[in-house]
Design a protein around this ligand. Sequence first.
Ligand code: UN1
Length: 504
Amino acid sequence: MQEVLKSLGISAVNPGGFAGEWTGSGKAQVVASPIDGSALATVMNVTPQEFDAILARSHAAFATWKLVPAPKRGEVVKALGDELRRNKAALAELVTLEMGKTLREGLGEVQEMIDICDFAVGLSRQLYGLTMPSERKQHRLQEQWHPLGVVGVITAFNFPVAVWSWNTALALVCGDTVLWKPSSKTPLTAIACTKIAEKVLRDFGYDPAICSLAIGKGSDIGDLINTDPRVALVSYTGSVPGGRHVGKLVQERFGRHILELGGNGAVIVSEKGDLDIALRSVYFGAIGTSGQRCTSTRRVIVHESIYGTFRDRLLDLYRQTPIGDPREDEILMGPLVDAGAVETMLAAIQTVKAEGGKILIGGEKLPHPGGCYITPCIAEVPGNLAIVREETFAPVLYLMPYRTIEEAIALQNGVPQGLSSAIITDHQSESELFLSAAGSDCGLANVNTGTSGAEIGGAFGGEKETGGGRESGSDAWKAYMRRQTSAINFSGKVELAQGITLEL
Ligand code: UN1
């Protein structure tokens, strides 16, 4: 463990702020591993004054960074990807130590970082604007995309490094600077990533404040980001109440935001689908990252004709789930992020029972040091009970039957969130209906694969209470730039649009 920390530049005590230099004289925070409760290192939070200086540096860095040609900015992102490749094993291990996901998932998370860097390098030569025909003679219409400013990136504990990289790789090629406020639960991985970015920027001779960091509580540092007009865009990943708060503050000052909030992923299992695919997809979607992904499968809607068989086979898988130290190879489910998350899960299970659901398995605390281990739970419910409509960030899976595909889609859509959804079917009309305007209302809708594990190539995000933002692939980069439309007259005369004449 000490070797991993050392190789990533983590000391016993670490300043939690960076913008060209490391600062942090606020509250000292001891970071404990959910694996066994052991202390990993101490982080010094930044004070509001230090935050102000960090933001000023990030803002100043934007003035020069935006003038660097985009393909040159892409070279920096290429080097960042290479540096992440070199540090993949260590960074994955730190992710596992700090938030408790299995090492194989930690490696997958770092791979997502590498992938988005590769994507952004290509993008650095493809920040295309359009040209349009003008309605006036000898005029031309065009649009260009320009750098936007400082991007405040506020991330959650569950993907402590990948979400930063989705935002950062795009922001950098778009000519923006990044100011990162990670979850207070995972500050060490943020320090490690910032050190990697610092090295890359210094190697190129660019201002290292282009990738800044400010560790502190959401209610102070987060709100300073939300309210400061020097932050052009706030990209927030977190809960629905958190996003509602961020959205209001940022909107109040007409800033931009990308909100990536709660999910309530459902898989529809059709009797016309492959049962093995259904079982594997649902199982990984529900217990992966101990049910702490925003894309986690929280509901499974099963055709009544196969309901009993599916339920029994899923229960078999659950009974055999290897739970324990997430660094061990055979372990599929590690701890929850902290003891509070375990308590939230236990409280949700009580509510399920009170609302008429039936617990089929799970919800038992395991006697490990640190107190964060619990068996994954399946609850049988008659439909979207009030508790089912809430996102409980834990491995609780709700099982419900359906009769017609229309009824299944209505159940799938019948929650306030709209992030991820899936159908398991070999019947083309069913899958096409699911993907049509009459189908899933989510930002992600998959066929014959589960709700989680989205690839970086697509735009990632969701509708309704999920917040509507999009990050990562496709044309999500457009949110990180400002669009400028120009009319260019080469006629030598003045001609007004819309046929308006002006006789002088
Ligand atoms: C999240 O849980 O905030 O699709 C992100 C997935 C991952 C990202 C999840 N690629 O499950």
